[in-house]
Write a protein of this length. Structure first.
Length: 514
């Protein structure tokens, strides 16, 4: 997707090129430049830095090149879209938190709007509706409220254990995805999930994964050239629009179907307690819902699922890869758990503070995985000056999460000791959660829930299973490379492994499986 914007313009039909040229010229006339912009690559007329995108295969590579050449704050202009990349934790916190009043907005995301994602927190501009959604989510997902989800997360963890035990982890990604879906679907809609063949889950996963195929938030072709949204679907170069409109119906149905199911359960008197029922009650019940209330509740519930599913899946999946490649780390985590928990019961969230090594593993997991390579863009609401640099109104400020979490010695190595001894930590924050879950007023409101969902899965697997290499036909161990995909949500590439019950935990596992 990175090089698409720079290449795409070469193939547009004449009428579309004219429309793009007029739009770009308007940007230059209506937004006169000031001096002292942050450093960045030299810009060409009209297209700005679009050709720069060809230098890197991924967004991480491209930002790393700019970072090395220009420093911790970099300005680029791509087809008139102004972007300021931040590669320093202190800068990110200064702008998004201390200056949050003007750095909490979100730019228009025309591709995601075209796909049918509306009234969701991640795409919403900062304002009254945004604050309403935050209040709705905070009421259910605050640190204190998350304590009540213990039984739900425990039941989902037991489901994960049963799935892993059934086939020694051969369908590892499917089992983890089932775990994450079962947890968030229960919280959002009160919906019980037993497998990914569940129709609602299947539809929601398809809508989400196919949406992500269109590219990273804020770096799709429409983000750079919004005028292209007016291309007729029959026009040459409008293939992206045809694909988006074909997916739109599934996206909209993935939001409306589980919501309407809960409404029907309310009418039948069978509705379970969940995010949707709580917010419908807070509005005075079904008879008092306004169309905007319905849209808000439906969109907020969908945001819960979309935000939790991919990132939790990515982190838990990365845990298996990290432990497969670092058996001494995994053995140390198992030994700590045996000393603290014993062999007769499973860990629970009350044990979190008693397992410091496992907490260090979690922190290193977030750092090593960097589940979101870049933070979703913050739009500047008015002109600002920072460290002598002019940051223009309307610019997108994007924090380089991947870079912040790699800013340490030997970043490719998995070393939980960084967070126990303070060695080889570099400028990585002592709690990588401060990067992973976003910044300022746009920090993920469900981060306590997401973090605990990861911990519960990791702790149950550590207590009950060994993670060992698969073997080839010659009996040789298959040690997979440490590779991740190029999507904004960084999943490890598929790797083989075996997940087998620990020899001294068979009685406990039998009790769980009973």
């Amino acid at each position: 997707m990175l090089g698409q914007a720079s290449q795409y313009v070469l193939y547009l039909p004449t009428a579309a090129l004219a429309a793009v040229a007029l739009w770009l010229a308007a940007q230059l006339v209506l937004k006169p430049r000031k001096n002292s912009l942050p450093p960045g690559p030299r810009r060409l007329p009209l297209i700005g830095n679009a050709l720069e995108l060809r230098k890197g295969k991924t967004m991480e590579e491209m930002i790393a090149l700019w970072w090395e050449q220009y420093g911790n704050i970099v300005y680029v202009n791509i087809f008139g879209r102004e972007i300021v990349f931040i590669n320093d934790l202190g800068m990110a916190q200064e702008l998004t938190e201390k200056r949050g009043a003007i750095y909490s907005d979100r730019p228009a995301l025309p591709m995601f709007e075209l796909l049918g994602w509306k009234d969701t927190l991640i795409t919403m501009p900062y304002g009254n509706q945004f604050r309403k959604h935050r209040r709705m989510m905070n009421a259910v997902l605050s640190e204190k409220a998350v304590d009540s989800f213990g039984p739900v997360q425990a039941n989902s963890a037991i489901l994960l254990v049963k799935l892993l035990a059934s086939d020694a982890g051969k369908d590892l990604e499917v089992h983890i995805s089932t775990y994450t879906a079962s947890t968030i679907m229960k919280i959002a809609y009160g919906h019980d999930v037993k497998s990914l063949e569940d129709p609602i889950v299947k539809m929601s996963l398809e809508a989400l994964t196919k949406t992500l195929e269109f590219g990273t938030v804020s770096t799709t072709i429409l983000d750079f050239i919004p005028a292209l949204k007016h291309l007729p679907t029959w026009a040459p170069g409008a293939g992206f629009k045809r694909r988006a409109l074909a997916l739109r119906g599934k996206v909209e149905l993935s939001q409306s179907l589980p919501y309407e199911q809960v409404k029907q359960q309310i009418r039948n008197g069978t509705a379970p307690e969940c995010f949707v029922t709580t917010n419908i009650q807070d509005c005075g019940g079904l008879d008092n819902l306004t169309p905007q209330d319905e849209s808000d509740i439906q969109g907020a519930a969908a945001a819960l699922y979309t935000a939790a599913e991919e990132t939790t899946l990515a982190v838990v999946h990365s845990f298996f890869l990290a432990m497969l490649l670092n058996p001494k780390v995994y053995k140390a985590a198992q030994e700590e758990m045996e000393q603290v928990i014993g062999v007769d019961r499973l860990p629970n969230p009350d044990d979190m503070s008693s397992l410091p090594y496992l907490d260090a593993v979690m922190r290193e997991l977030y750092r090593w995985t960097a589940p979101t390579s870049i933070n979703a863009p913050h739009r500047v609401k008015e002109d600002d000056v920072y460290q002598g640099y002019y940051i223009p109104k309307g610019a997108n400020v994007i924090v380089n999460n991947f870079g912040l979490l790699q800013a340490c010695p030997e970043p490719e190595r998995f070393l939980p000791e960084r967070f126990l001894e303070g060695t080889k930590l570099g400028s990585v924050p002592t709690n990588p959660r401060d990067v992973v879950f976003g910044f300022g007023r746009r920090r993920c409101p469900g981060w306590h829930f997401a973090d605990r969902s990861v911990w519960v899965a990791v702790a149950h697997v550590t207590a009950l299973f060994d993670i060992i290499p698969e073997v080839d036909e010659k009996g040789q161990k298959i040690i997979p490379p440490q590779e991740f995909g190029t999507s904004n949500v960084r999943h490890p590439k598929h790797f083989p492994c075996r997940v087998v019950p620990r020899a001294d935990r068979k009685k406990l596992l039998e009790k769980v499986l009973d």
